[in-house]
Design a protein around this ligand. Structure first.
Ligand code: URA
Length: 246
């Protein structure tokens, strides 16, 4: 079941409604409407610009009743090998993995590298994405990593003070919380950061002379990765998860 929030009660053009629901391109659905193949509340409507209440109008296209979904929210356990993009000429994208998607305008909230695994929120809610990603909002993003090198109390302190990860220009990170799970030639850590600079976790470890061998996102704000999801699996957010995020 897709989640419908209070914000769904808005008027929308009929051609946009049909295009959003994947009936065809904007041009194709305009043709369909002009041919008299679309009805709203039982009455044939021939003007694509007609505005309808997306949450209560009964729309039929070619005799088939449609139900409109304004917002979609999915949690994906991203596997390595797929890219965090909406389209890609070469690689499979995270959107391709969401088989049951209804909307055409889904996107991943923030990017995980192709080789990074774990929690990725997929939605068409731009306002929520902005809130989660803006460094000014201080939303925690927590990662588990396997790192080549000995992580010590000194490393924890340096991460806590902020690191220069700039290549050329100085680029300081905000203070980050580093927890050591196991330290050795290969160390296991958990890192919480509040921003999302390009390759940030890998660059933070590079800045202290170490290399990230494996990276997985476990949490973003109040949203925790559902560990029952296998890599590549996804599910809709529960009502509780969504309420906490919104
Ligand atoms: N930091 C990285 O270096 N890579 C990711 O995918 C996410 C955070």
């Amino acid at each position: 079941m897709a989640v419908v929030t209070e914000r769904a009660r808005t008027m929308i053009r009929l051609d946009k409604y049909l295009a959003d629901m994947g009936i065809g391109t904007r041009t194709e659905v305009k043709q369909l409407i002009k041919k008299g193949k679309v009805s709203v509340d039982g009455i044939v409507v021939k003007k694509p610009e007609t505005r309808i209440d997306e949450s209560i109008s009964l729309v039929q296209a070619d005799g088939k009743a449609l139900s409109y979904v304004r917002w979609e929210y999915y949690m994906l356990n991203k596997p390595a090998g797929v890219v965090s993009a909406t389209e890609d000429g070469r690689d499979k994208t995270v959107i391709d993995l969401i088989d049951s998607r209804r909307r055409k305008d889904l996107f991943p909230v923030g990017r995980l590298d192709k080789d990074t695994e774990g929690l990725l929120l997929i939605t068409n809610d731009g306002a929520l994405a902005h809130r989660l990603l803006s460094p000014k909002k201080h939303v925690d993003k927590t990662y588990f990593a396997k790192v080549k090198g000995l992580v010590t109390a000194d490393t924890v302190q340096r991460f806590g003070e902020g690191l220069d990860i700039g290549a050329g220009d100085v680029e300081m990170t905000m203070p980050a919380k580093l927890e050591i799970i196991q330290s050795g030639d290969i160390s296991l850590i958990r890192l919480t950061i509040q921003e999302g600079k390009f390759h940030q976790v890998k660059r933070m470890f590079q800045a202290v002379g170490m290399e990230v061998l494996y990276l997985k996102r476990e949490a973003m704000g109040t949203l925790l990765l559902d560990e029952t999801l296998a890599l590549g699996e996804y599910r809709e957010l529960t009502k509780e998860e969504l309420e906490k995020l919104l």
